[in-house]
Design a protein around this ligand. Structure first.
Ligand code: AMP
Length: 412
């Protein structure tokens, strides 16, 4: 299938060509015709599948059918984080470049000036608004947001919005929107709450499920059993002397992110961190540095990382085992985007074997455990009495026990 098969508006086709997209991805093949026909949709698709274009293209196409260049808000896209909102806006600008459709990203964290600029743009009627829930509500509460001509609503990463406690805000926003509209929900996972919300806000909807609970096949996954105290040395050993231009390291906590950044800096590695203590413009600067390859290693927490839209990430490192399997799949999905091959490595300490095993069950795969490089030292001995105390560990049955002992031969 080709983009020409969708009969999209010619100025949109120009935008698609200028973005360098040649063939639609599977989610785009399925979602675009449905959405062009006007259906409501719930789609289960993880990041990296091309879901953003899957909703942006039909949305822009339909905006151009119903109106040329008027001064009303036609579509609202709600996203959980400012980074994701900016990323969606960036793709939208590319697609809409030749169309005359205007857009505005509305998100918290900026200065008072930013708020006033947003207010002006909202009042003059940007055609598409991409917003985080809290900031949008602040504008709505001030009374000048006119949604009377709105025809399209997108909820992106709905499961993440649920996790972040945004549902009450979203309910409030929904009350200010016209009933008659096309609604699209995208979510990496489909917990019960998302399903029941879909029932309430979608009408005669279609559903697309890309069976997403596994990392894409082009991601090579591996893991090291390692003490926390060995992890920095392991990162250094993994990166030094290799051709790995873009490395993304996830840590469970903000304090962890800062510690990793400073430890790697001490080892003269080219690293920067992104976390919620940074101002919006500082975060964007760090992201741009990463995108432009001025920095090699970016350290981030999970939530902040959601909006990191960088292709060609060579290596993703999970500094800790992620809290749940969906987070693992999501993090691993940061590499190998758009059909490239990528590498994802997880560090498992002696207390996390059970947690990692549950992830393996979820993804129905056993991730290869690699022996530590010699310079890093010896892996935790999982059979030692102190390590046996960890209740979780007992649930773990390694397929090949030799992986968990002193490695026979060093290898990276
Ligand atoms: P998403 O899942 O929407 O976050 O998209 C993941 C990445 O794939 C983004 O960098 C997109 O620009 C890129 N992408 C999406 N669809 C296509 C396509 N059909 N051809 C090439 N790149 C694409």
């Amino acid at each position: 299938m080709n983009f020409t098969d969708f009969n999209l508006n010619p100025s949109l086709m120009e935008g698609i060509a200028s973005m360098g997209y040649e063939k639609p991805s599977p989610i785009q093949e399925q979602a675009i015709p449905l959405l062009i026909s006007g259906s409501d949709l719930i789609a289960c698709a993880q990041t990296g599948t091309g879901k953003t274009a899957a909703f942006l293209l039909p949305l822009l196409h339909r905006i151009m059918l119903t109106t040329e260049h008027d001064d009303f808000i036609r579509a609202l896209i709600i996203a959980p984080t400012r980074e994701l909102a900016v990323q969606i806006d960036r793709q939208l600008e590319g697609f809409a470049y030749f169309t005359g459709v205007s857009s505005l990203a509305v998100y918290g964290g900026g200065s008072g000036n930013d708020f006033d600029n947003e207010k002006k743009a909202i009042k003059t009627g940007a055609n598409v608004i991409i917003a985080t829930p809290g900031r949008l509500l602040s504008h709505i509460n001030l009374g000048y947001v006119d949604f009377s001509k709105l025809g399209f609503l997108v909820l992106d990463e709905a499961d993440r919005m649920l996790d972040m406690g945004f549902m009450p805000d979203i309910q409030r926003i929904l009350r200010s929107l016209p009933e008659k509209r096309q609604t699209m929900m995208f979510s990496a996972t489909m917990p019960g709450e998302i399903r029941s919300m879909a029932k309430k806000i979608l009408h005669n909807h279609k559903e697309i499920n890309l069976a997403v609970s596994k990392p894409a096949e082009n991601v090579l996954q591996a893991a090291y059993i390692v003490y926390d105290s060995q992890k920095i040395a392991l990162i250094e050993a993994l990166i030094t002397g290799k051709d790995l231009p873009l490395v993304l390291i996830f840590s469970a906590t903000k304090s962890g992110v800062k510690e990793i950044e400073s430890a790697l800096k001490k080892r003269k590695l080219n690293v920067q961190a992104i976390h919620s203590d940074l101002e919006q413009d500082q975060r964007e600067k760090v992201l741009n540095n990463f995108r432009n390859r001025e920095i090699q290693i970016l350290v981030a927490t999970d939530i902040v990382s959601r909006g990191i839209d960088v292709d060609d990430i060579s290596l993703v490192i999970n500094y800790n085992v992620p809290g749940d399997a969906e987070d693992y799949v999501h993090r691993v999905g940061r590499t190998a985007r758009a059909e490239k091959t990528g590498l994802a490595i997880t560090f498992i300490n002696e207390k996390e074997m059970g947690k990692f095993h549950r992830i393996e069950e979820f993804i129905q795969d056993t991730v290869r455990k690699l022996p530590l490089p010699v310079e890093v030292g010896v892996s935790p001995d999982l059979n030692s009495p102190e390590n046996r105390h960890h209740g979780e560990k007992r649930k773990f049955k390694p397929r090949n026990k030799s992986n968990f002992r002193r490695p026979p031969k060093p290898q990276v």
